[in-house]
Design a protein around this ligand. Structure first.
Ligand code: NDP
Ligand code: MG
Length: 385
């Protein structure tokens, strides 16, 4: 039996993690659950899974109106809800599946309390990779940071199979999103509804827009740099529209290992939750005769400049990746709110990074300062558009 706290339990990843837990009632016990403002779903989850603690980050105690039958658990609100679920409540594992850089302090709190982190929240690594990896260095009792992102789970699994042999390159696959074949002119006028219609994956709104702009792949390049201690030139991105090969790793002998399967997040979520066991997920099997073919191509930097920006940020070092993430969070939200056009997401991030210049990211204070300054700059640029 493993006890697990789920931060962001009402989201796409959180609900799928609870579905895995429900499939294996003797294997997982839920210690804590948090949502931002979806009280209706959180109340249902608390009723079903009976955690010791539950929290709402986006609303106050007075606003929440906790039903009498749910007062058996310890309710927390605001930022304290995340920190308590991450590090205060006794548990083995903390699944960090909130969206955005708010995941960073939660990851650090979980590690400080000695918890194993199952990490879906890529923004934490992008913003504070150095700090996160520094507190995950102790692997004396097995891995303490297991990736949930499908590509990174695939790479992780390939590296386990390599039995300590060093890799030469990581081949990060990308579906290319709904606008893979659009011209730049067509991209200018795409709508939010079009951006939210991802061809292969069903995910939360922010990451779905990131997939359309390919900022998701930009974040994943930086995520891979930290998780696998990769040099930028060791990370290659391949457009693979079928999303069957979840990523690959090449070794010095020329061999390439890949992890394949139907595009279903329950597989990498369950892999992290039950590591090192493989358990039932109810995900469909990949039907290779129906898939027919797997294709691969390079990213077009003209239409999708985000990928190039990730390499630039890695080269610049310091807080560049943190500022890229912050500007993208703001621009992504601006696009979802209908304030800016699709191509302006990339333009805002580029201009923000140019204006910000070099900044350090050695301490949490520096990361927060760079994040806040980058958000301010991105919002200023957005307001003047
Ligand atoms: P969702 O938007 O579906 O869910 C986000 C969760 O976080 C919800 O529980 C939400 O609560 C909560 N939340 C939202 N804002 C805040 C906040 N400011 N503070 C604390 N909690 C908050 O996102 P996803 O599940 O799609 O993604 C979660 C993370 O996992 C992201 O970092 C994403 O990049 C990553 N990821 C997701 C994949 C996917 O398939 N969905 C794949 C790979 C990575 P409420 O419901 O109340 O708003
Ligand atoms: Mg991914």
């Amino acid at each position: 039996m493993r006890t697990i706290s789920i931060l962001g339990s009402t989201g796409s990843i959180g609900t799928q993690a609870l579905a895995i837990a429900a499939l294996h009632p003797g294997m997982f016990r839920i210690a804590a659950l948090t949502a931002h403002s979806n009280t209706r779903l959180l109340f249902e989850q608390v009723r079903a899974f009976r955690p010791q603690m539950a929290g709402l980050t986006g609303i106050s105690a007075a606003e929440a109106e906790i039903p009498d039958d749910l007062r058996f658990c310890d309710w927390r609100f605001g930022e304290e809800a995340l920190l308590c679920a991450a590090g205060g409540v006794p548990c083995d594992d903390v699944l960090v599946s909130v969206v955005g850089m708010v995941g960073l302090p939660a990851v650090l709190a979980a590690r400080k309390a000695g918890r194993r982190v199952l990490l879906a929240n890529k923004e934490a690594l992008v913003a504070g990779g150095k700090l996160v990896m520094a507190c995950c260095a102790d692997a004396s009792e097995g891995p303490v940071l297991i990736p949930v992102d499908s590509e990174h789970s695939a790479i992780y699994q390939c590296l386990k199979a390599a039995q300590g042999n060093p890799y030469e390159a990581i081949l990060l696959t990308a579906s290319g999103g709904p606008f893979r074949n659009y011209t730049r002119e067509q991209l200018r006028n795409v709508t939010l509804a079009q951006a939210l219609a991802h061809p292969n994956w069903s995910m939360g709104a922010k990451i779905t827009v990131d997939s359309a702009s390919m900022f998701n792949k930009a974040l994943e390049i930086i995520e891979a740099r930290w998780l696998f201690d990769a040099k930028p030139e060791q990370i290659e991105v391949l457009i693979h529209p079928q999303s069957i090969v979840h990523s690959m790793v090449r070794f010095r002998d020329g061999a390439v290992l890949a992890q394949l399967g139907a595009p279903d997040m329950r597989v990498p979520i369950a892999y992290a939750m039950a590591y090192p066991q493989r358990i039932e997920t109810a995900a469909p099997q990949a039907d290779f005769t129906a898939i027919g073919q797997c294709t691969f191509s390079a990213v077009d930097p003209e239409r999708f400049p985000a990928v190039g920006m990730a390499y630039e940020a890695l080269k610049a070092g310091g807080a560049a990746a943190c500022m890229l993430n912050a500007a993208n969070e703001e621009a992504n939200a601006g696009f979802r709110a209908g304030r800016i056009g699709f191509l302006q997401i990339g333009e805002i991030v580029t201009e923000t990074l140019q204006r910000m210049g070099d900044q350090a990211a050695d301490t949490l204070e520096q990361v927060y300062a760079a994040d806040a300054a980058s958000r301010r700059t991105a919002r200023e640029i957005m307001e003047k558009l």
